[in-house]
Design a protein around this ligand. Structure first.
Ligand code: ATP
Ligand code: MG
Length: 410
């Protein structure tokens, strides 16, 4: 098992100052799985003030929760004091945390056995709850009593599903039962946190696992509109869910991009309802904008001739158009060859440098005015018409031709 040099150095400093230090949580899990961890979290017996004394450059990230960020080579490493979470006040945040010098107590407060392992500098794995075994068996299991753990922090309900999706794990029976029983608690979790977990689920290798949120009876507590996705029109729920699952299984082959995965999930809702839901979930505006374009264009049959393709391309930026074609190719099993032909046409159009954006039109408003046109709304209209013409006849995107066309139309 390899711990990065910087992390080793931090653990060594802690030890040399008489404290314990371990890599902990997701990074240990991912390392054991042979995956590259996203970040390395460190847990220590040192109190935050003590951590600040050990290291030259630190940032007070969340002192009341025991977290100090140690800066090394412009990268931050979160070092958090062993802690015991107090009572949870809003189904999410512990009212108070208390620090402890006992690693065991810190591991006990963690959500799942696979996330509750610690790794020391010399490679010793501290695994008090059978995390390694669960990793081998591919199981998500709560540390301790599942119902209790979910009632402390309802976000864990969605985290269980998210890890099952990311790791292709099953959820252990008692943990799964508690998901159903504790589902109502989800309504108290903030939209942003819910969204972050749902997004991670959709971006994972098994986006179809998002249907577990429905199957566990959690969807109505996420939101009414979220629940609507699964019920479909006219109470055809089992069919809707099956169709959704099937589509999302295919969606695993799509780029792991928020707008794409959310759009694949929300296709049936249509642009407006889908867009409203994303807004409700507080997704960023750019993601919402792109998802709306994809939902709008997905059902549109684009003829495989260059004119139609240029038309469609002009309605969105290049990256988004490529995503749209991927969605058509992968999700619309009816005619994969069609999407492939559209792709070829798009490549040709780009290769030739055909004008598909108003900004690439060979004339500007200034050119038209210089040629005698009056400034005003009619000028904008003229530019639009010229652009529409060029989309059809790209060879006409030449200043002289367009100026002449403009004067002919006047
Ligand atoms: P990733 O970073 O890949 O999303 P992770 O396991 O690192 O996965 P984080 O949310 O970064 O997840 O949390 C780091 C660790 O903190 C977890 O591995 C877990 O031990 C603990 N943890 C995080 N959130 C909770 C929670 N809601 N309840 C209990 N423990 C948690
Ligand atoms: Mg993490």
């Amino acid at each position: 098992m390899r711990i990065p040099k910087q992390v080793e150095w931090i653990l060594l400093q802690l030890e040399e100052h008489g404290y314990e230090g371990y890599a902990v949580g997701g990074c240990v899990r991912d390392t054991l799985l042979g995956r590259e961890p996203e970040d390395w979290d460190i847990t220590t017996s040192a109190r935050p003030e003590e951590v600040r004394q050990v290291f030259a450059r630190t940032i007070d990230t969340g002192l009341q929760h025991g977290t100090v960020t140690v800066m090394l080579d412009h990268t931050g490493y979160e070092v958090t004091t062993y802690r015991i979470d107090g009572e949870y006040e809003d189904g999410r945040h512990p009212k108070e945390v208390s620090f402890t010098r006992d690693l065991k107590e810190d591991l006990k407060r963690r959500d799942f056995t696979i996330n509750a392992m610690a790794l020391s500098l010399d490679g010793e794995l501290v695994d008090l709850f059978g995390g390694r075994e669960d990793l081998k068996a591919g199981v998500v299991r709560c540390v301790g009593e599942p119902a209790e753990r979910f009632s402390e922090d309802a976000l864990r309900l969605l985290r269980a599903i998210r890890f099952a999706a990311q790791l292709d794990f099953t959820i252990e029976e008692r943990t799964k039962r508690a998901l159903c029983e504790e589902a109502p608690r989800l309504s108290r979790v903030s939209r942003e946190r819910v969204q972050a977990e749902l997004t991670k689920t959709l971006l994972s290798a098994h986006p179809e696992r998002i249907c577990m949120v429905w199957q566990a009876g959690m969807a109505p507590y996420v939101s009414e509109s979220f629940s609507d996705i699964f019920t479909g029109a006219g109470g055809r729920e089992p069919e809707t869910v099956r169709r959704l699952e099937e589509r999302l299984r295919l969606a695993a082959a799509l780029p792991a991009v928020r707008a794409v995965r959310w759009a694949a999930f929300l296709l049936e809702m249509g642009e407006d309802r889908g867009g409203r839901m994303l807004k409700e979930f507080k997704l960023d505006n750019e993601t919402i904008r792109c998802a709306r374009v994809l939902i709008r264009w997905f059902p549109v049959r684009i003829a495989d001739d260059p004119r139609a393709v240029r038309q469609a391309m002009s309605a969105m930026d290049d990256g988004l158009f490529d995503c749209l074609l991927e969605m058509k190719e992968i999700l619309d099993g009816a005619d994969g060859g069609h999407a492939a032909r559209l792709k070829l046409l798009a490549e040709e159009i780009r290769g030739k440098g055909d004008c598909i954006r108003l900004k690439d039109l060979a004339v500007t408003g200034t050119d038209l005015i210089a040629a005698g046109a009056a400034p005003g709304p009619a000028l904008g209209q003229m530019l639009k018409e010229l652009f529409a013409h060029v989309l059809e006849y790209p060879e006409d995107n030449v200043k002289e031709i367009l100026l002449k066309a403009a004067s002919d139309r006047d």
